[in-house]
Structure formats: structure tokens, C-alpha cells
Design a protein around this ligand. Structure first.
Ligand SMILES: [Zn+2]
Ligand SMILES: [Zn+2]
Length: 438
């Protein structure tokens, strides 16, 4: 690749609301672990708006976007198949051995080294060497090319999905693996895996619901009663991640707890989002939402409170998935969660205090679970759901049940790109994928 070439990229300019489609130098390898990827599609994501709207901190001009899929065009010298390979790959993530120019890949939305203690434990979101794509410290994917640090750990080869006989996976749907589908699945499994859910899920009273406890056995345990017969969940926020969280929760409940009864209320103030989820829910086959033992309803905020109160006699949901990332969404989650319940929050929260007091948390025994999805670790799980639920995720962009509203090309010019950001910021369009070559 000629490094003197220029490429098109969407660049963030200070202080805010100033996205520019510009010609900048194509990225070059900077480290032997780097990979250069030719971008096929790049997502525009709700969390891009945090930077778009500006922050109090001064920030450097940079290429936007943390979601992308594409093709490997250049490998650093630490790859076995690099044209300049001069190093050993044993003991390193296997992709350093196998990745080749021409391979199709999706990147996690943060880079990660794959070899530190946290990465080896699957906590790839907090790798001390990891960076967020589309931030001042790492150029993003809304460009024709992108440099991927630690490519052997950060990238996931989508050819692996096709080689398992899943070639029916729609190409555009692979973009969902960069962020929103792993994050949605993460929200669901974090909630279901939380110790607070052991009693509702097993029916055994606390603490006997926890595995491995030794007790005196002096007093026979009683079985849990009441409406634990039905598991109640709320999902707050029906942007693309919230919709993925709903699909993931439905799938987890159906496959892991096939005999349990459950009810989910999915909540958003925006009617168009509620309609989209209702259409998606009606599209999902029985293998993804159970055969009658479960129910998902879609509600606005006030109706949701009434629904949960009626379902649970005022007690609340055993788990609330908060997929927005602001104080009012957390307050609603607090209102909806039952005593001894869990709020799993995957929204990107701003640098502001949250809206409730320690006393309120104490008085309700609420567990808070916060933070960024370890996307690279979760891609392997999310890819299974992506393949299974092509009835949803494979829908053509713009369809009534599609998570991607449109694919927009760079050739439409800077004014159109600017306008897309403006409309996305105002909620006038849903999730957009950019094709930097169209
Ligand atoms: Zn994203
Ligand atoms: Zn690491």
C-alpha cells in the first residue's frame, strides 16, 4: 500500500458538533503487532455522540468511529504471514499465526493486548494497554483504512463463522459484532449470572440458592414462595444496544431456563423504537423466545411502572438492564428493581453523580453492576447469537425490524455526512453504517 496515498475519513473537530469528511494520509504500520484494515462498513453509534457533543476536556482532532468490519491489507512483522516476518509467534494469541492479507475481520471497539493478566481473564475492556477506537488516542474506523493495534488479539476473523457452514450470515450484520451485540449479550448474561438472581432462578431461598455453601443443616430449609414463580425483567432504553439486550435476554431465558416462566418489559419513551422492537419480537422464531412460557411487552416510561407494579404486586423486577447511560435511566431502573435485585448498567455514563443516595441503595439492597462490555471476549458468544438470529440481525438495512436503518456512502460528500451526524444526534435517524467506498 502506498503510504503517500490519501484516504477519506470522518474527523472530529473541536469543540463540538463539527464532523468533517476529509482527505488524510492512509494509516501506516507503527508497531510489529499492528494490522491495517480496509474498512468495508463502519457504524455510527450512540456513544459516538458523547464525543460529538464535546466535553469539558480539550481534545485533539481525530477520526471517529469505534465499530468497523473490513479486510486485512497489511500485517506487521510479528505475524507469521507478514511479508517481513522476522519474529516468533509461539505462545501468543493464535491469530498472529493464522491471520493473512485478504482475511475478513471485525474489530472489537477497543483494542486489547490479549496477553496481560486482565486480557487472559477475558476482561479485555480493561486491558491496561487497550484504547478506544475513534478517540484522540486511537484513530477510528469511519475511514477507508484503519490501523488496529495488537491485531492478533483485537480482531476476530469472520471467515471463522463462514467456515462453520454459516455463510448465510448477512455481511452487514457482522458489523453488529463490533459493539452492540456483544454489549447486549453482556447485559443479559451479567444480570442472569449475578448472585442476587440465584434465588429467583433456582427457587431455593437465600442463601441456600448459592452453590457450595456449607450450613449446619439444623433447621430444614424452606422453599422460596411467591411470584418467584415468574421471573420479571425490565430493559431500560431501546436503542440498538437495548434491542440487542432484549434479543439476548429472550435467547438466554429460552435456552438456559426452558422450564421457567418469565416476563420482560422493554421501555423507551420514543414510539418508533418501541414499534421496531415489537416488530422484531413478532419476527423472532420460537427457538429465540420460548413457546408460551414467556412474554415481552413494550412500554413507555409511566406505563412501564404500572405494568411492573401490576405484574409483581408492587415488588419490582429481579433484574433491570439499563442500556442508556444517564441518571434518569438509572433512577427509573431503581424504581423498577425489587428489593435484593440487581441493576446491570452497560450505558456509557457521563462524568456526573448518579441520581440516588447510598441510603436508598442500602434500604433496597440493590446491587449495581456497571461498565464497558469486554467486547473482544464477548464476540465469540455474540457470534453464536448473530448466526442463530439472522431472522432479526440479517434483515436488510431500513427494514421494519432492522437494527441498521441505512448504509450511507462517503461519495455523497461532506455536507451529507455532516447532516447524517446532525440527524443522528437529534434522534431523527436510527443506526447508520457508513460505506467509505460508496
Ligand atoms: Zn458502538
Ligand atoms: Zn491486555
Amino acid at each position: 500500500m502506498d503510504s503517500a496515498n490519501l484516504m477519506k475519513a470522518i474527523r472530529w473537530h473541536p469543540p463540538s458538533y463539527d464532523q468533517r469528511l476529509e482527505d488524510i494520509p492512509t494509516p501506516m504500520l507503527q508497531h510489529p503487532d499492528d494490522v491495517i484494515v480496509k474498512v468495508a462498513l463502519a457504524g455510527l453509534c450512540g456513544s459516538d455522540l458523547h464525543i460529538y457533543r464535546g466535553t469539558d476536556k480539550p481534545m485533539a482532532i481525530h477520526t471517529s468511529g469505534h465499530e468497523f468490519v473490513g479486510t486485512v491489507v497489511e500485517l506487521g512483522s510479528n505475524y507469521k504471514h507478514s511479508s517481513v516476518n522476522d519474529t516468533k509467534t509461539e505462545g501468543r494469541p493464535s491469530l498472529y499465526d493464522t491471520l493473512k492479507v485478504g482475511d475478513e475481520v471485525v474489530s472489537a471497539f477497543t483494542s486489547n493486548c490479549g496477553e496481560c493478566r486482565l486480557c487472559k481473564q477475558g476482561i479485555t475492556c480493561r486491558c491496561p494497554f487497550g484504547l478506544l477506537f475513534g478517540s484522540p488516542r486511537l484513530e477510528g474506523g469511519q475511514a477507508q483504512y484503519v490501523r488496529v493495534p495488537f491485531g492478533g488479539a483485537t480482531l476476530f476473523p469472520t471467515s471463522a463463522l463462514k467456515s462453520e457452514g454459516k455463510s448465510e450470515i448477512a455481511a452487514h450484520s457482522l458489523l453488529l459484532l463490533a459493539d452492540i451485540l456483544p454489549t447486549g449479550v453482556y447485559a443479559a448474561i451479567q444480570a442472569l449470572g449475578h448472585p442476587k438472581l440465584a434465588t429467583p432462578l433456582t427457587g431455593a431461598p437465600w442463601p441456600y440458592s448459592l452453590p457450595g455453601l456449607t450450613t449446619t443443616g439444623a433447621v430444614p430449609r424452606t422453599s422460596a414462595e411467591t411470584n418467584d414463580d415468574v421471573l420479571h425483567f425490565a430493559v431500560v432504553g431501546l436503542g440498538p444496544v437495548g434491542m440487542c439486550a432484549c434479543v439476548a435476554l429472550l435467547d438466554q431465558l429460552t435456552t438456559r431456563y426452558p422450564t421457567r416462566k418469565w416476563k420482560i418489559v422493554a421501555i423507551d419513551p420514543i414510539e418508533s423504537r418501541r414499534r421496531t422492537l415489537e416488530t422484531m419480537y413478532s419476527t423472532i422464531g420460537a427457538d429465540g423466545k420460548g413457546t408460551g412460557q414467556g412474554e415481552l411487552v413494550v412500554r413507555g416510561i409511566e406505563e412501564a411502572k404500572t405494568t411492573v407494579s401490576e405484574w409483581t404486586n408492587g415488588e419490582g423486577c429481579c433484574a433491570v438492564l439499563e442500556v442508556v447511560g444517564n441518571a434518569s435511566a438509572l433512577n427509573l431502573s431503581y424504581d423498577l428493581v425489587r428489593p435484593f435485585g440487581v441493576i446491570t448498567s452497560v450505558g456509557v455514563h457521563p462524568a456526573k453523580p448518579v441520581g440516588f443516595e447510598g441510603e436508598e441503595l442500602y434500604n433496597k439492597n440493590v446491587s449495581l453492576d456497571f461498565g464497558r462490555c469486554p467486547a473482544r471476549a464477548m464476540i465469540e458468544v455474540a457470534a453464536v447469537l448473530l448466526a442463530k438470529r439472522q431472522d432479526i440481525f440479517g434483515s436488510a438495512p431500513g427494514g421494519s425490524n432492522s437494527l441498521i436503518e441505512a448504509i450511507e456512502g462517503f461519495k455523497q460528500g461532506p455536507e451529507v455526512v455532516k447532516a447524517i451526524y446532525e440527524k443522528f444526534d437529534k434522534g431523527l435517524v436510527g443506526k447508520i453504517a457508513f460505506d467509505p467506498w460508496a
